[in-house]
Design a protein around this ligand. Structure first.
Ligand SMILES: [Zn+2]
Length: 503
């Protein structure tokens, strides 16, 4: 088993070495606050930050720029907040990172709900992929090729090199760069505008990766693909298809090609390199097809989704049939057609040995069919107890399990499960949301508001987070918890004041 790379706001070792208690999470959030504070101070250009105008940006500074941008991205409605899609991207990305020159670096892969074909790397290892790009790929190797290319931009510090080459006179410019990168995700022209406004400082170069950077990312990316066991030919194939599609679009260049200039030479280079590596066929994983089906299902209206998947399963039998049936069952469930969803699911389940996304769908159907069971509570609890043991890293199953525990008022069990999970995934806002619901049911308003505050803060909603901390403070009588809340409140208020000043 390859290690799974989990997103992290700061050095994981700091809190992984401490004894396992919920306090760790609390401490982590305090650390998170401090970090957020320092990165905002950096943006203000305060004096204790060191001068980066001459030398390269340090990995810590890169991480801070990335983190700052991620807070804005997570608060944006285009951020695709789906644990199954995020877990898939992080598993695939984690395998590639493991085979890169920086196997120990923390990376975070995430999806953006946007039809434009784009993928982008931010300093510090944050890599975003538009749903449009995932749906344009025709194999898992093609998706892996794009991710490998982006990973290489990060491991080669291309963004940092670009930025530090500009002789920025203060870190203030870095914040603009971060904002520019952010807006570049679907609108590269806005990114350019951001850069142009910094040009008062005499910056001539553009945010676009240079041809040299592109060639380096291709070369290193192909190496990562090969080492990870994917089909290296997928890289020239995908880029060639993208280029051909662009010719047809006339003037409507996908954002990806504007930030990663593509030339015939580049494609020829990639093809040459790929040809030197012995060919071996690689099939895409079932999860790759399921993620694509889920993205299509999410993009379409209920009626559109139904007819799309029905027709794909019809006479022509388009695409991966297991995944198309999965899409159909999802659509039937959304339309509340439980009998047909159950029937379709049974023929789907016959074909699949063991897959967490299919298992999760089985759980959703089990719950939808609860009136048919003698003891719905026991059936659901048994199901989730077993499946979360079989797929302990599939967060969507954990959310559903918690939901069932809350539904049947098993609040102590829910508390134990959630406390374990926040230690494994301290940056997951949904866990705090569930924790807040559980505390509310237990009549613990202080803990409820405290958990809600973390949920808001992790989603990039600073104002909402402060409001919840204030409510937690008013509701409180636990001395220890109160002092934590007060510390956090002070820190986040400082951040808010710094932001206000910046405006
Ligand atoms: Zn590139």
């Amino acid at each position: 088993m390859l290690p799974r790379y989990r997103p992290s706001y700061n050095n994981r070792q700091i809190w992984e070495l401490k004894p396992i208690t919920v306090i760790i999470t609390r401490m982590k959030i305090v650390l998170f606050a401090t970090l957020l504070l320092t990165s905002l101070c950096h943006a203000e250009g305060l004096p204790d930050l060191g001068d980066i105008s001459q030398d390269a940006i340090s990995p810590q500074q890169e991480r801070q720029i990335g983190e700052q941008s991620m807070l804005q991205i997570r608060a944006d409605k285009s951020y695709l907040d789906d644990a199954e899609i995020a877990d898939y991207l992080n598993t695939l990305g984690g395998t590639l990172v493991f085979n890169s020159s920086e196997p120990g670096q923390a990376f975070e892969f995430f999806a953006i709900n946007d039809n434009a074909i784009n993928a982008f790397a931010m300093p510090g290892g944050y890599i975003g992929v538009n749903s449009g790009l995932i749906l344009t790929t025709q194999s898992e190797s093609e998706l892996a090729a794009v991710l490998s290319h982006e990973i290489s931009h990060v491991t080669q510090h291309h963004l940092a090199r670009m930025v530090s080459g500009q002789k920025f006179d203060s870190l203030a410019s870095l914040a603009v760069i971060a904002a520019a990168i952010l807006s570049a995700r679907s609108n590269p022209d806005a990114a350019m505008a951001g850069i142009i406004s910094v040009q008062a400082g005499g910056i001539q170069r553009q945010l676009n990766f240079t041809r040299l950077h592109e060639q380096e990312a291709d070369r290193i990316g192909i190496g990562i693909l090969q080492k990870s066991g994917f089909d290296v030919r997928a890289m020239p194939m995908f880029f060639e298809r993208l280029q051909n599609a662009t010719r047809l679009l006339e003037g409507n260049t996908p954002p990806y090609l504007r930030t990663h200039p593509l030339t015939n030479d580049r494609i020829a280079d990639m093809a040459n390199r790929a040809q030197q590596i012995p060919y071996h066929p690689v099939s895409s994983s079932l999860t790759y097809y399921l993620v694509r089906a889920k993205l299509l299902y999410m993009q379409k209206s209920p009626a559109e989704a139904m007819s799309y998947f029905k027709s794909a399963l019809g006479k022509d039998k388009r695409g991966n049939q297991t995944a198309q049936r999965y899409g159909l069952v999802l659509s039937l469930l959304r339309n509340n057609d439980i009998p047909r969803a159950t029937k379709e699911f049974l023929s789907l389940n016959k074909l699949v040995a063991s897959n967490p996304m299919i298992t999760r769908l089985a759980g959703q159907l089990l719950r939808a069919n609860s009136q048919a069971q003698k003891n719905p509570e026991q059936s659901a609890i048994d199901f989730y107890r077993n499946t979360t043991l079989n797929f302990p890293q599939h967060r969507a199953l954990i959310y559903d399990y918690t939901d069932v525990l809350l539904q049947f008022k098993r609040h102590q069990e829910a508390a134990t499960l959630l406390n374990q999970q926040v230690i494994t995934y301290p940056d997951d806002p949904r866990l705090y949301e569930l924790q807040a619901r559980n505390y509310a049911a237990l009549g613990k308003p202080q803990e409820e508001h405290h958990a809600l505050a973390y949920n808001y803060l992790l989603r990039g909603n600073l104002r909402g987070g402060i409001e919840q901390l204030e409510l937690a403070k008013q509701a409180g009588n636990d001395f220890h918890e109160l002092s934590t809340i007060e510390t956090e409140l002070r820190q986040f208020r400082e951040i808010a004041a710094a932001q206000e000043k910046k405006r």
